[in-house]
Design a protein around this ligand. Structure first.
Ligand code: NZQ
Ligand code: ZN
Length: 382
């Protein structure tokens, strides 16, 4: 266990905290307010942000889509460059915040922005970013990761850089009141799988990271069981904080990480438009069953410490069943149906994209090659 850890994002948590933007962004910054398809205009978030920016110079860019595309974001990059803007304020879910990270980095780069996703340009500098989170799920509000899609080629790729980590993030659970059920469930599943990607690997001796991951999983499981109470302030606040902590870097520090479910899931989103959270629920149960031999110890630990299951020979198998049941209880499917009727063609297409993107040695043991991905997809595709 050896690591360096810092999370420099200041979190302003709780009701009414959007007003904090006024002081959190230096007064002399010229701000680009970046948002998505307009949900922030239906729930009072836009008005609160505008009121907090009263003393700032600012412009806006609307229309960032879910699974943000480079085609759209490059227009925001042009606006930033043309108007000499020097601060990006993202107001939205993971897509808007990821988009802001791309814009902040591409604005200081003279080449093609897509180079960043191809790894041809390494991001060492970016404009400063602040975030107002409206959908708890990705943890993007306080990490340095970003996932961007190129619509033309259906490539969905990610980049990471400390330079694009937001300086502050407002987490006001009241903004969740207008979230569609579908997005609420997606958020629960995404946070859950983020925790699993950093926990369901090999046994370690890292009691703090494992114990904290289990606390997050128990919290998310309880929120799922209490789904009928999702209009309670405490329910919303607990989901918002759990999703944030699941991917702020700490539970993954110094321990093995998997992320194969995410990499395969990204291809399902890029090819078939499956929501990010749902893509994970489709891949993960099949991946865990395929990888059960190497993950057995951790699955048994999760069965005992998260699901309170009694010991048995098939404890790991029952843990995977319990995970799958958790998704079903939220109305989230665990098999791909969006591809239509031709299962073989779908699997070929997904595996080809994984190969094209260099996703050929996935998982904590780098043992999931295209052959294993294909076997996993055999069970995951309906
Ligand atoms: O665009 P608007 O109109 O705002 O509507 C959004 C969007 O349609 C809506 N929404 C958000 N907040 C709302 C709301 N509707 C009503 N009330 C609110 N308060 O929800 C829809 C989905 O939003 P989106 O931002 O796409 O969802 P999410 O937060 O799940 O983000 C998904 C994206 O994040 C990436 C995913 O790949 C995907 O592109 N990820 C980013 C990660 C990171 N940076 O660390 C890690 C994740 O694993 C993930 O890959
Ligand atoms: Zn995710």
């Amino acid at each position: 266990m050896k690591f360096s850890f810092v999370n420099p994002t200041q979190i302003h948590f709780g009701q009414g905290q959007i007003a904090r933007i006024a002081d959190a962004i230096p007064a002399d910054r010229k701000v680009l307010l970046l948002y998505g398809g307009g949900s922030i205009k239906t729930n009072g978030v836009y008005e609160q942000v505008v009121s907090a920016l009263a003393e700032h110079q600012w412009q806006e860019f609307a229309g960032g889509e879910p699974n943000p595309t480079v085609e759209t974001l490059d227009k925001a990059v042009a606006q930033v460059k043309d108007s000499g803007l020097d601060y990006i304020l993202a107001v939205g879910g993971g897509s808007v915040i990821d988009g802001a990270k791309y814009v902040a980095a591409a604005a200081l780069y003279d080449g093609e922005g897509w180079d960043i996703l191809l790894g041809k340009h390494r991001v060492n500098q970016a404009l400063p970013i602040g975030a107002v989170l409206t959908l708890p799920a990705t943890g993007s509000e306080s990490n340095g990761g970003s996932v961007i899609t190129k619509k033309a080629t259906r490539d969905k790729l990610n980049f990471m850089s400390p330079a694009v980590q937001p300086g502050f993030a407002v987490l006001d659970p009241d903004v969740m009141k207008t979230l569609p059920e579908r997005q609420l469930a997606n958020g629960l599943v995404d946070a859950w799988v983020h925790t699993c990607e950093q926990y369901l690997t090999l046994p370690t001796e890292a009691m703090v990271q494992e114990g904290y991951a289990e606390a997050l999983l128990r919290t998310l499981k309880t929120l799922g069981e209490q789904y009928a109470e999702r209009d309670a302030d405490s329910w919303r606040a607990n989901l918002m904080l759990a999703a944030n902590q699941a991917l702020n870097g700490f539970i993954g520090s110094g321990v093995p990480q998997d992320w194969a479910t995410h990499m395969i899931g990204h291809e399902l989103t890029a090819l078939y438009g499956v929501d990010h959270g749902r893509s994970l629920a489709i891949v993960q149960p099949s991946l865990l069953r395929h990888q059960i031999a190497v993950k057995r110890d951790k699955l048994e630990q999760m069965a005992r410490n998260v699901f309170d299951l009694a010991d048995s020979e098939d404890l790991a198998e029952r843990c995977i069943d319990a995970i799958e049941h958790f998704y079903h209880s939220l109305g989230v499917a665990t098999q791909l149906t969006e591809h239509g009727a031709d299962k073989a063609a779908a699997i070929d297409a997904i595996v080809a994209q994984l190969e094209a993107h260099g996703m050929v040695k996935l998982g904590e043991n780098r043992a999931i090659t295209p052959k294993e991905s294909r076997e996993i997809l055999e069970q995951a595709v309906a």
